[in-house]
Ligand binder design. Sequence first.
Ligand code: HEC
Ligand code: HEC
Length: 291
Amino acid sequence: MWEKRPVLLLILATAAILVGTVVTMVLPFVWVNTEADRIASVTPYTPLQQEGRDLYIREGCNNCHTQTVRPLVTEVLRYGDYSKSGEFVYDRPFLWGSKRTGPDLARLGGKYPDSWHYKHMDSPRSMVPRTNMPDYAWMKTNLLDPEMVRRKMQVLGFPYTEEQIKALVGKNEIDALVAYLQKLGSDIPWRVATQATMVGELKNPFVRDHQAMEEGREIYKKNCASCHGEHLDGDIAPPLNGLTQTDAALFETLYNGLPAGGMPGFASLGASKIWQVVSYLKYHDHEKGQH
Ligand code: HEC
Ligand code: HEC
């Protein structure tokens, strides 16, 4: 019936669209950057981190990586706590992005030790065999220009000290990039907040089960060998032959990771696979003494 009264239809349609626009676009501007939106623990980038950020943009890393975890269960399970608007107040420009050839990096900080990043940037395939991420080893040969970094900090209005500028002498582009990557999403203590405390008795269902240990070995090769070594003999992470923890303690370590030490959590594998790895680590005959 309204379609026969074009003027009324026009007015109602415009009103409907305006309400939508105000709610989804104008209102957020009212609270963005207000005290309610600020997060006290979020700090500006240091000169080294800021330079890493500029290199990230120069190299177009954002063509393959997003930097925002959406508030969806699947995303939070995979990447960690969803992104808060207050976490981006020092991002100029923001790098949320829309294309994920590689994983989201918004919660990357603290996920891996620095040494993992150095190896991965040198040659991503040394850490993740089938990745299509390009090598960036050549960036190590480019040194930073401290005076240029100082000028950028001044333009951005971020605080810096003379010591921080002096410390840039002799640093290369990968040093800056890794410093930046380690800050991503780590200003709020979300890792600690999401650590699960195991309730009840944790009992390994696969003690000395051969099938489970074989599967555990495969899971180990895919997920752990890049840091702990092909033969559990250690690499950038400690060796795992001769572990003395209880099965339950190992389960908790694998489930939550050791955030302070750079060991990622593997909750996303699911409990059954974690127990298989625990069985492989604890009960498989690792030919001790041969390595
Ligand atoms: C052609 C697409 C592509 C480009 C360009 C690219 N990456 Fe990646 N990146 C990937 C893929 C795919 C992965 C997943 C496998 C892996 O870890 O290599 C990845 C993984 C990563 C990871 C590990 C993330 C995690 O949680 O495990 C980091 C860190 C990373 N990239 C940083 C960078 C940086 C920094 C740049 C720019 C210098 C960059 N990437 C450029 C495709 C890309
Ligand atoms: C990105 C590198 C990395 C990956 C991948 C990784 N770890 Fe670790 N892991 C570490 C680091 C670093 C430590 C030492 C942390 C510390 O001491 O706080 C560690 C510590 C451990 C420990 C405690 C060792 C001890 O002596 O008490 C165990 C057990 C362990 N990892 C098992 C695993 C298993 C199993 C996997 C695969 C499911 C795995 N890790 C994947 C880096 C990694």
